[in-house]
Write a protein that binds this ligand. Structure first.
Ligand code: ADP
Ligand code: MG
Length: 726
């Protein structure tokens, strides 16, 4: 669409004020943007319902009815009432000097042959009144609500009925996104539809097909122009579906095409440091492991090793549930780098995690004699200087740390592998700094580890240009965590259970959610919880610690440590303990107001227990009254411990945009119509198809594909910076 696309301001029914609101609320600037705001569902307006059949199960309905009476209300009550019947079917006009501005509400009783029904208006009263005063039958369209024991309808759309036999025929009305501000600007769904009609008249001559003819034929897709028309103004549900399919396919197809093309470019262009020696370090560590690796760990290490030897730079995502043994994979991969004469770094999102990694890694490295170091924000100046030296002269083989690792003054002798734990907590800028620290002017190999399993469809999109490894097998001997959902009535029993556990030597986490907008109130909520616990678990028999985000690092670490060492029995916490903390002796995780947490977060929290040999429990405390979604969420938790199943369910419940762990990184492009949660099949088909095209024509330079290449040059497909995860 090369010709200038008109602005929406000049559309009939828009104007500068509404244009501003549309821009703010929906990001719509041009008429082209506007026609890409799609209805999220349709209402079949070919159907009329009788008033006696109205029930709350109807969402939108329309009735054909005539007006029985009208009342106009001001601040102090009724100011004008008019009742009429078959003798006086017309509303007589209000007095000439009627003060419309004093009217705050209009009540209109309507009736068909089966009953009567009340409608209410707060805005556009004069206009609606004058329309109704013409008399006759009208079509009222809206959502019935129950008020004072009977149904009414607030602000229905009102249309004069022409009583023709074809009335309503072929009428599918699109329902568009709506916000408070849109409504306040008078952009009701009805108005939206009218604006869309005006927009369509302007834009339709300018629309050019974006997919080559051969794809339309192969897949059996509707042309773009037809699809856009039919998504907004369909004659029947099936044509709306075909239109939606075309638009979804296109969206997912171009997204996959751009990601895959980037992947081809990366693999062809980015040279990688060759790490091909398996030497003493690897072997000594491997041979002294107290257990054998799981099949999944072995497979993943093999995949990584092949990447490291390939001469191409690795960009790999490692997904594995909490406790699946990713640390071991990180250590062995690092040793591959060190054995080949290079350095490796492991970056964690928090100080506590960095320390924990460091401790574990030192254990694994003990038999190898390789030097590891820990660098965090709280490393002392002297220590820091020594570490900087060790990194520059190569005497440190593995450095573990936080963001402190990417500071400019951290210089490596020859960094070849960077491992990032819990990738979503690092921003793109931070990752690119790491990227610049590689040996010989080459980017280091990158391994991103995440314990937030991502559904397949989302991984394909978020990380479409990455290689993905999955550890889908838990180390043996792991006890399942028994998960129980309980309400307040069970609190005493729950406390007694905790006491039994503690008396038999176990430890307990109790986690509180952030409930309030305000940090102060959240802290109060947590502290109130802490008080309840200390009263019910009195010292000296029991001892309770607390951690939350508002503490100084020092206090936080001290309290975590006290719990980790078994000095405290109970740790009361906010979700700061969510990630990675390893206390094998903790056997119970109590989550208060569990319904307020997201599924992914609940899963992460539960992963804190069941790490030792004792039977472990997760107790989800919730209110009695739960929304359907909340109940479903807790049921899923009680049913499965498989992070991938939970992630899939989470995506279904919440939609991928809200998925934890991905919200920050966001999707590489905004999806306007496709849903990763619901359109997995279309996505797979689009991806396979994109692969096929790129396999035959990697640079998209065949003449049939020039259009595709041109489409990909658009800004919205410029996902390069995003996709370079490192
Ligand atoms: P993750 O980082 O994936 O959450 P960890 O690497 O912390 O998991 O491993 C969890 C626990 O399992 C650790 O105590 C680790 O020593 C142990 N572990 C790892 N791999 C194995 C294995 N193959 N067999 C037995 N235990 C293992
Ligand atoms: Mg870990």
């Amino acid at each position: 669409m090369d010709r200038q696309v008109p602005e929406i301001m000049y559309l009939k029914g828009v104007g500068p004020k509404r244009a501003e609101v549309l821009k703010k609320e929906l990001g719509v600037e041009s008429v082209l943007d506007l026609v890409q705001i799609y209805p999220f569902r349709y209402i079949d307006r070919s159907n009329f319902i009788k008033i006696k059949d109205i029930s709350s199960s109807n969402s939108y309905i329309q009735v054909k009815a005539s007006v029985q009476g009208i009342e106009l209300f001001g601040d102090k009550g009724a100011i004008f009432t008019q009742v009429f019947n078959s003798d006086s079917p017309m509303i007589s006009p209000v007095p000439g000097d009627f003060k419309w501005h004093t009217v705050k509400r209009m009540r209109v009783m309507i009736a068909d042959e089966t009953g009567s029904f009340e409608t209410v208006f707060f805005k556009g009263i004069k206009w609606t009144y004058l329309k109704l005063s013409r008399g006759g039958e009208f079509i009222f369209f809206g959502k019935p609500t129950i008020f004072g024991g009977s149904y009414n309808m607030v602000h229905p759309d009102v249309e004069q009925s022409n009583n023709s036999s074809t009335e309503g025929e072929g009428k599918m009305v699109g329902i568009y996104p709506s916000t408070e501000r849109l409504k306040n600007a008078g952009i009701t769904n009805n108005v939206f539809g009218k604006i869309m009609t005006a927009a369509w008249e302007q834009i339709s001559p300018l629309i050019q097909e974006t997919l080559p003819e051969y794809i339309l034929k192969d897949i059996g897709l509707m042309g773009l122009k037809a699809a856009l028309f039919n998504i907004h103004f369909p004659k029947n549900p099936s044509i709306a579906d075909s239109a939606a399919y075309r638009l979804k396919f296109e969206e997912l197809f171009f997204l996959q095409l751009s990601l895959l093309k980037q992947k081809y470019v990366n693999t062809r262009l980015s040279e990688g440091i060759v790490l091909n020696r398996v030497g003493d370090g690897f072997n000594k560590c491997y041979n002294s492991l107290p257990y054998s690796l799981t099949g999944a760990q072995k497979r993943v290490i093999k995949e990584i090793r092949e990447d490291l030897m390939s001469g191409k730079q690795m960009n790999r995502l490692l997904q594995g549930d909490v406790g699946s043994g990713k640390t071991m994979v990180a250590v062995l991969s690092s040793l591959l780098a060190i054995d080949s004469g290079y350095q490796a770094c492991i970056m964690a999102p928090t100080e506590v995690l960095a320390q924990q990694h460091y401790r574990n890694i030192c254990k694994y490295l003990a038999p190898t004699g390789i030097r590891a170091a820990l660098l965090t924000g709280s490393s002392k100046t002297k220590e820091r200087r020594e570490i900087h030296e060790g990194l520059e002269n190569g005497s440190i083989g593995i450095i573990v740390g936080t963001h402190a690792l990417i500071e400019d003054n951290v210089i490596f002798k020859n960094l070849a592998l960077a491992i990032i734990d819990e990738q979503h907590r690092f921003g793109v800028n931070q990752r690119s700094k790491l990227w610049a620290k590689g040996a010989d002017g080459m980017a280091p190999h990158i391994l991103v580890m995440t314990a937030t399993p991502i559904p397949r469809t989302l991984a394909m999109t978020l990380y479409g240009d990455l290689d993905v490894s999955v550890i889908d097998e838990m180390p043996p001997g792991r006890q399942p965590v028994q998960t129980i959902h309980a309400t307040e009535t069970k609190r005493t029993a729950m406390f007694n259970f905790l006491k039994d556990q503690i008396r038999s030597g176990r430890q307990v986490f109790i986690v509180y959610p952030l409930i309030y907008e305000s940090e102060t109130l959240d802290l109060q909520n947590l502290e109130a919880g802490y008080d309840v616990i200390t009263q019910n678990f009195p010292w000296p028999e029991f001892s309770t610690g607390i951690v939350h985000g508002k503490m100084t690092n020092e206090d936080k670490n001290r309290n975590m440590e006290a719990f980790a060492k078994g000095h405290t029995n109970i740790l009361v916490a906010t979700s700061v303990i969510e990630v990675g903390v390893d206390v094998p002796n903790a056997s119970v995780m109590v989550i208060e107001s569990a319904e307020r947490f997201g599924l992914a977060q609940l899963h992460q929290l539960r992963g804190r227990v069941g790490r030792g040999s004792a039977k472990s429990y997760c107790i989800l405390m919730s209110g009695v009254k739960l929304s359907t979604d909340a109940r479903k969420k807790l049921e899923i938790m009680c049913k499965t411990e498989n992070g991938f199943i939970i992630a899939e369910e989470d995506m279904k419940l919440r939609g991928p945009g809200d998925l934890e762990g991905t919200a920050q990184s966001g999707l590489p492009v905004e999806l306007k119509i496709a849903s990763l949660a619901k359109d997995g099949d279309i996505l797979s088909r689009a991806r396979t198809y994109a692969e096929r095209i790129l396999n035959a024509d990697p640079t998209l330079s065949a003449s049939v594909n020039l259009g595709l290449a041109q489409e990909l040059r658009k800004d919205k497909y410029n996902v390069r910076n995003y996709s370079k995860i490192s």
